[in-house]
Design a protein around this ligand. Structure first.
Ligand code: NOJ
Length: 558
């Protein structure tokens, strides 16, 4: 009998493939690079890998602009390489989750090219969202909406006869045209894609912008001001009536996908990336739908005991109500690494004052990502405490490559000329974008691109990366890598029922909870050392001070 519930309390490691390991020295990470690191992943103690897009792509958005959903980018390898990697992971007892990007394709997808070459009103255009423009000659976009990366959500095309033509809709970059999910061919094609990868042995899927697929873009469209007056933000409306975010009909699609997932043994899993109002998140996580949804609440919280406790309590209750298990995440390829976020304070670099992690580091990016504003030591200390707390929680923990090394975000050291993120280009002079968490990993202190590969790195690595290299931490007691290894090993051994009991400490800066039948976790969010309960110390994120738990640290006790 295969374990149908393997995902419920899994530790899932996100690989951003172009920045993980480069096997052929072209400066870009690849599939064989991952296969070569399977023993590292096994020794880390993770249960699954989530692989960000590896499909053919012009990289207008880091691979989230997909040319062909059922292939591997030739720069990253072949389908055979993919199969070899999957087999190596499975041999090591590690499951594989791949990213599916169903809201939009790239503008190089064969269907989009066909749409551009076909006339207005054709079946080929109906797979995407084409509209006539406003104004006398259709010269104005159908609405004044702004795309996620800045600039308009509509792009005008030139018709096959050379005349100025219709406009197509794109929530993200203009190289990412949105699909029309009312079109049955689109629906059928994604079922084919899900089957293609499931048949190849993929264990689950991460669904990109799961809350955006269905839309109501017929007739006269509301203006941006009208939407804002109704309280719109990127999360949509509580009643599901926003024209493109979080509409209720999207769940019909996932109900159909669920039927397909359940044809497999064990059923394929899915996790929704859905930045929706927390009250609407359980719909995405329901067992009749995708089964699990990312909870980004801790990622957006400050390093603050009260905020953490409220979030944990609410999410565990929500997960229980939906039948899912909760998810926890501090870092991914879209946000400032948490070791840096937690080092951003109002009075940097001393580390005094209010912590400004709230918007996942966005203020810092908007401010130019100045390294002098980061107290890296404090940030790492808090990040280690937060991660150890996360590993003690019931539910699945999602880690992002490099966080096990305590890696910091690269800020303004990436020259503008080398930036890749469309958020930087579409929003010129406003934000520096997400490249800083996507810089290739340092594996060794010495050597070309710190062991990433033999041919440099596609985003420049700063000199200080050497201090975080995996080889300098392996086997070193107290290193972040060894902390993660120890915590993940213990977590596997100790995890039992998906329950948590709070223990009242009387200290508003301390969170203490018990995992029934397992162990207790205590986090000191303050600066003054606190007493520990009696018991054996299993692991701690910082050395104890005279038997006490120092500030900004976590310990597990049994
Ligand atoms: C969410 C992904 O995580 C992000 O990296 C990407 O830019 C957008 N979706 C668009 O696909």
């Amino acid at each position: 009998m295969k374990d149908h519930n393997w995902w419920r309390q899994a530790a899932v490691y996100q690989i951003y493939p172009r920045s993980f390991a480069d096997s052929n020295g072209d400066g870009l990470g690849d599939i064989r690079g991952i296969t070569g690191k399977v023993s590292y992943l096994k020794s880390l103690g993770i249960d699954a890998v989530w692989l960000s897009p590896f499909y053919p792509s012009a990289l207008a958005d880091g691979g989230y602009d997909v040319d062909d959903y059922r292939n591997v980018d030739p720069k990253l390898g072949t389908l055979e390489d993919f199969d070899e990697m999957t087999a190596a992971l499975h041999d090591a007892g590690i499951k594989l989750i791949v990213d599916i990007v169903p809201n939009h394709s790239s503008n190089r997808h064969k269907w989009f090219k066909e749409a551009l070459a076909s006339p207005k009103g054709s079946a080929a255009r109906d797979r995407y969202i084409f509209r006539d423009g406003l104004g006398e000659n259709g010269e104005l976009p159908p609405s004044d909406w702004v795309s996620v990366f800045g600039g308009p959500t509509w792009e005008r095309i030139t018709e096959p006869d050379g005349s100025p033509g219709q406009w197509y809709f794109h929530i993200f970059a203009k190289e990412q045209p949105d699909f029309n999910w009312d079109n049955l061919e689109v629906r059928a094609d994604f079922l084919k894609t899900l089957r293609f990868w499931s048949d190849r042995g993929v264990d689950g899927f991460r669904i990109d912008v799961a809350h955006a697929l269905t839309k109501d873009l017929e007739g006269a469209l509301p203006t941006r001001a009208e939407l804002e007056a109704k309280g719109a933000d990127a999360e949509g409306f509580l009643d599901g009536s926003h024209p493109y975010w979080d509409r209720n009909e999207v769940h019909e699609i996932y109900a159909q996908w669920r039927k397909l997932f359940n044809e497999y043994n064990p059923p394929r899993t899915a996790v929704a990336e859905a930045w929706v109002h927390t009250d609407r998140r359980p719909r995405y996580a329901s067992p009749e739908g995708l089964g699990q949804a990312f909870n980004f609440d801790l990622l957006q919280a400050d390093f603050d005991a009260a905020q953490f406790r409220t979030i944990i309590t609410k999410n565990l209750a929500e997960a229980a109500a939906s039948g899912a298990s909760s998810t926890w995440v501090f870092s991914n390829h879209d946000v400032v690494r948490h070791a840096t976020r937690y080092g951003l304070t109002a009075a940097t670099p001393a580390g005094e004052g209010e912590i400004m992690a709230g918007l996942a580091g966005k203020e810092w990016l908007l401010d130019g990502g100045r390294r002098e504003d980061v107290n890296a030591e404090l940030g790492l200390r808090r990040a280690r405490a937060a991660s150890l707390l996360m590993f003690a929680l019931p539910g699945s923990a999602y880690l992002y490559q490099g966080e096990e090394l305590g890696l910091q975000e690269v800020g303004n050291e990436i020259p503008d000329s080398e930036r890749q993120d469309p958020a930087f280009y579409r929003n010129k002079g406003v934000e520096i974008g997400r490249d800083g968490c996507r810089v290739p990993l340092p594996w060794t202190t010495e050597g070309s691109s710190f062991g990433f590969g033999d041919g440099g790195a596609h985003l420049p690595q700063p000199e200080w990366f050497a201090a975080y290299a995996a080889d300098s931490q392996a086997g070193i007691h107290g290193s972040t890598l060894e902390l993660y290894r120890a915590a993940l090993r213990l977590r596997r051994e100790l995890q039992a029922v998906e329950e948590l009991e709070w223990i009242e400490t009387g200290n508003p800066k301390v969170l203490h909870f018990n995992r029934p039948g397992g162990w207790q976790s205590i986090t000191n969010f303050g600066d003054t050392p606190v007493d520990l309960p009696p018991g054996v110390v299993l692991v701690s994120s910082a050395p104890l001070e005279h038997g006490k738990l120092p500030g900004n640290s976590t310990v597990w006790v049994r």
